[in-house]
Design a protein. Structure first.
Length: 324
């Protein structure tokens, strides 16, 4: 398994409507567009004729048209029209490289090489009691593994998120359990005292989470409801979905699945934005930017059990993009 055989989020579904849309995945320029059935197509962003960027073109009669000479390509990448030679029928060899595409969680996902890998699971997606809201994208000058590791880490709460997710007066991290899963790593029994754990918090409270790595660059936080709360049994989730753009830069989305139907989308997004922009400058300051997989490269404490397990998972999966 390598990063090229995994599914990666590359754009929000709402960003790809009637015009071609350019993205960068694993340093590969891609163009996204929708055919007449509304299905997203993903091609190499380079016309095979004279190398122009297809994302500068347009969608014409359900085909992607190159901006340079007007060559048109159908779903799957086959060239179907050469305007300078109108009677010419392009052979099967005249095509642009196409990639597999799926839409899920309000995002467009692309896989660069065929494999049996599945989309990362976001269990709350099918819970009708929970409202779904996307936050982002955020363009971050940090590697995807560094961003995932930060998401899994509770011991920075009292310093980076003081007054919000943590306090300098309560920085001890209780022992939690870490185990391997078929798709990554799971941490349970994660507890922290938080001054304001969500948009409507009015006082500090101890919260309990589970953290799960569901793919190399994807993680999910699940909030465990406290006894006696009106939302008992409704497990709210935050999904972190990352597009590894280059080994040292990433595009980030959060997907919220919450029981809050009173707040506006903007209010929920603003709260999540407040938290992440506290993380971002610290993430961008870390050196090396790639995540070290050698356990001797950085120091560790007992509070780092989850991040250490994540590093071992990446090494076992031979994930090289964004690691060192």
């Amino acid at each position: 398994m390598t990063e090229r055989t995994l599914w990666h989020p590359v754009a929000q579904s709402s960003e790809v409507v009637s015009a071609p849309f350019s993205v960068l995945l694993l340093e590969q320029p891609l163009v996204l567009w929708r055919n007449t059935e509304g299905l997203v197509q993903s091609f190499v962003d380079r016309c095979p004729h004279r190398g122009a960027r297809l994302s500068m073109g347009r969608v014409e009669n359900g085909h992607l048209e190159c901006p340079y000479h007007g060559w048109q390509f159908s779903s799957g990448g086959q060239c179907v029209k050469v305007p300078a030679v109108p009677d010419f029928t392009p052979p099967a060899s005249q095509r642009v490289q196409a990639f597999e595409v799926q839409e899920a969680y309000g995002l467009i996902w692309v896989r660069l090489e065929p494999s049996d890998s599945q989309l990362p699971v976001f269990a709350a997606e099918t819970d009708e009691h929970l409202r779904k809201v996307n936050c982002g994208p955020y363009d971050v000058a940090a590697s995807a593994p560094r961003i995932i590791e930060n998401f899994l880490d509770m011991s920075h709460f009292g310093f980076v998120h003081e007054g919000w997710l943590g306090s300098r007066d309560a920085t001890a991290i209780a022992t939690y359990k870490v185990e391997s899963t078929s798709t990554g790593v799971l941490a349970t029994g994660c507890k922290a005292v938080q001054p304001q754990s969500n948009l409507h918090s009015t006082q500090a409270a101890e919260v309990e989470y589970t953290y799960e790595v569901t793919a190399a660059y994807t993680a999910v936080l699940t909030k465990i409801p406290a006894e006696g709360t009106s939302k008992q049994g409704w497990r709210e989730q935050i999904g972190l979905f990352i597009c590894p753009v280059t080994p040292e830069t990433s595009r980030v989305w959060f997907r919220l699945a919450v029981a809050d139907f009173e707040s506006t989308d903007e209010q929920l997004q603003t709260f999540q934005h407040t938290i992440f922009v506290q993380d971002q400058p610290v993430l961008e300051s870390q050196l090396p930017k790639a995540l070290p997989l050698d356990p001797r490269a950085e120091m560790h404490s007992a509070a780092d059990r989850m991040s250490s397990a994540y590093r071992r998972f990446l090494k076992a999966q031979e994930i090289a993009f964004g690691t060192c």
